[in-house]
Design a protein around this ligand. Sequence first.
Ligand SMILES: Cc1cc2nc3c(=O)[nH]c(=O)nc-3n(C[C@H](O)[C@H](O)[C@H](O)COP(=O)(O)OP(=O)(O)OC[C@H]3O[C@@H](n4cnc5c(N)ncnc54)[C@H](O)[C@@H]3O)c2cc1C
Length: 401
Amino acid sequence: MRIVIVGGGLAGMTLAHYLNRHGLDVAVYERDTSIGAREAGYRIHINSTGTSALYAALEPELWELFLATSGMPNDDMLLFDERLNPRPGRDKSATEGIGVPTDIPEHLVVCRSTLRRILHLGLEKTVHFGAKATGYRSNPDDTVTVLLDTGETVEADVLIAADGINSALRAQRLPQVKVADLAARCIAAKVPITEETKAKLPAQLFNTFSLAYASDYTGLTLGPLERSNPDSPLVKKQDQDFQDEATKNYALSIFNSRVELMMPDAELFAATPERLKAYALERVASWDPALVETVRLWDVTTVQPLTLRSCGPVTAWEPSNVTVMGDSIHAMSPALGIGANTALRDAHVLGGELLAVARGDKALLDGIGAYEEAMRGYGYRALRMSAAVGEKVIGHLPLPE
Ligand SMILES: Cc1cc2nc3c(=O)[nH]c(=O)nc-3n(C[C@H](O)[C@H](O)[C@H](O)COP(=O)(O)OP(=O)(O)OC[C@H]3O[C@@H](n4cnc5c(N)ncnc54)[C@H](O)[C@@H]3O)c2cc1C
């Protein structure tokens, strides 16, 4: 069974490790030209769903490297107003009546980009960089031909779309899936964590995650990442690029605003990082001085604008040998920090099904169908919960049903 994964992000690479670990034939096609070709993201929060999937997929040494480069903060995720007065916690107001667990255990925080580098280790021959898929062709002999923008093609027995929110493969496989603009915009940046910067910020902002927001939903977050063991021999064994990145402590800080209060998109996405930082500073100028200081400490080289978008859920479809995972099918509001965790869960569940197929315990379409049914359950639940929380704390639009 030749398994081809399009997209070497968190979902695709975790699945590739799982399959490779169990001796299955897998190849990954990734549009980036190399692992360090672009800034691949900021700090993200990994819960026990994500850690279980990574534990199942990674060889012990890579698992240890993941732990060494992660942060293990306290469990608090706190909400404040713009004067830094505490707001009721997520369990009391933001998540009321929508079933979010209030006791999410085992928080880890990781740099998305470092995790991506770890996921590349050991699979250097499996991943083909500079390979952008544009679509696929289903063949009469039940194989699939993947089309690349270079004009090359790749034959597969199973094709997995792990190519993120703008997935070209999902657009072909499930054209009924719509991606909605949630009408909120963000400016994200890193705050370097050093003794000097830490001394300038109150300890109450050094939780797993803090969000301060005003009555018009203009908000500012801080999510610190302090690596648990940057001096580990496992880190020192890696190349210089890896070490340079994986030993840096920083906090992710995001300024967010409803789209109608933000500068127009044409300006937002054309502005220099300096201009974006100055704009965020203007917008929070009257807020608590510690929050203003947070923006002042933004490393200008890391400032980026973002649009918040979400896939809309769709009704069940018939399984085929082309399936979807991660953000390609359930990209969601980042309000709960569970998009990547849900993508990692896909890797765990789909990996298990493909393994059962390879062992002859199941027919291929039964395995893929079982994965898709499970994924629509937990994936759409996560997507709806994230949208509902985002409406309450970010003020973005509800999910179009
Ligand atoms: C501001 C923000 C904060 C977030 N914080 C959290 C958090 O704390 N916790 C959490 O769980 N989630 C978080 N998320 C969500 C998380 O980042 C995503 O859910 C996760 O990265 C999805 O992984 P993925 O592998 O499905 O997609 P991606 O990470 O988007 O990977 C897709 C890959 O496919 C490649 N690709 C795209 N098109 C093609 C093509 N045509 N051909 C070949 N390759 C292609 C891309 O280059 C990329 O490498 C956050 C998101 C945002 C925006």
